[in-house]
Design a protein around this ligand. Sequence first.
Ligand SMILES: C[S@@+](CC[C@H](N)C(=O)[O-])C[C@H]1O[C@@H](n2cnc3c(N)ncnc32)[C@H](O)[C@@H]1O
Length: 276
Amino acid sequence: MKEPNQHIAQLLMQFHGIDVSPFDETFLEKSIQKRIAEINCLTPEDYYAFLRKNKKEGTRFLHSLFICYSEFFRNALTFGVLEHIVLPALIAKKLNSKQKEIRIWSAACAAGHEAYSLAMLLEELKNGNADKFSYRIFATDQSQAQIKEAQKGHYSDAALNNINLKRLDHWFAKQGYAYAIKPELKTHINFSVFDLFNQELNAPPESIFGDFDLVICANLLFYYKPEYQKIILTKVNKCLAKGGFLMTGETERDILSKNDYNEVYLQSGIFKMKNN
Ligand SMILES: C[S@@+](CC[C@H](N)C(=O)[O-])C[C@H]1O[C@@H](n2cnc3c(N)ncnc32)[C@H](O)[C@@H]1O
């Protein structure tokens, strides 16, 4: 990292108590540049001086590191493989086993798009088997504000780009300018705050014992340095069920390939742990 940015990182730690060392350095540099532009500072040195005088800026900078952008059915190929291969396979497995519940963890769910997309697919895949299996989605994020948004489940029409008319009609109700997720879909999802760097727990407490058939850890790993990606993946490994799947973002596939995962369907972003 360039020297002025290193000084900013040190100041964040010493003066604001904010440790930015887990974050990827290029991402950190871009975030500093972005913040400099937003508050009309001219140089990193000016920003350093501003940060020294302004306690609130530390918190604002920290918030700027958590990018919360999400979409319903964010990657068409990944969600296609989920719909046509992975979820039908999990349903078939549950129909033939004593444990009838499909357990899913959406581990950085932002405002809930990912969890609701999965619930829509599972509802649509029930067919005549509605009473023969169940599913529960544990959806967590480090941000309390995002979890509140997710629980509310209200979205603007700009957020509905990937939702076809049939789904829009079936799963959303128009409320003023917003589209509200139908309560029926919400009953399958537990939203809660959980930091993936939690040192005591491997899985969200609501899930009690983990044992997930599918974990989604998408569009989050690339913000962190490789050693911190490993910490998150070690946590995930411990709570995947035997033969469980891990889904990641389009640009994070290499990270999983380097960390003992095999991509089960080419380019899909859906992996299985080697030897599991
Ligand atoms: C870009 S969003 C991705 C949302 C969704 N998974 C997707 O792919 O559309 C990244 C999310 O990761 C969350 N996040 C970042 N670091 C985290 C951590 N250490 N523990 C839990 N959530 C984290 C952020 O709060 C943010 O909501």
